[in-house]
Unconditional design. Structure first.
Length: 67
């Protein structure tokens, strides 16, 4: 999982809206954050600080993050 996460973060740095990442805004508990897909079930949650900076805050399966 660590290798796949690093691959996706590299891809995110090159093109944050690459279709593979499924970058999308979140609601509810994660209002103001966004998420990208690491694998079919694993997600990484992050928040834009400014145009060039994000902070990744959580990673986990869809059920773990969005209960």
């Amino acid at each position: 999982m660590q290798k796949k996460t690093l691959e996706r973060i590299r891809l995110f740095r090159q093109d944050p809206f690459n279709i593979v990442l499924n970058n999308h805004k979140l609601h509810g508990e994660y209002e103001g954050c966004s998420s990208i897909n690491i694998t079919g079930n694993f997600r990484a949650v992050f928040k834009y600080i400014n145009e060039n900076t994000v902070i990744f805050s959580d990673i986990g399966t869809h059920p773990e993050l969005y209960r």
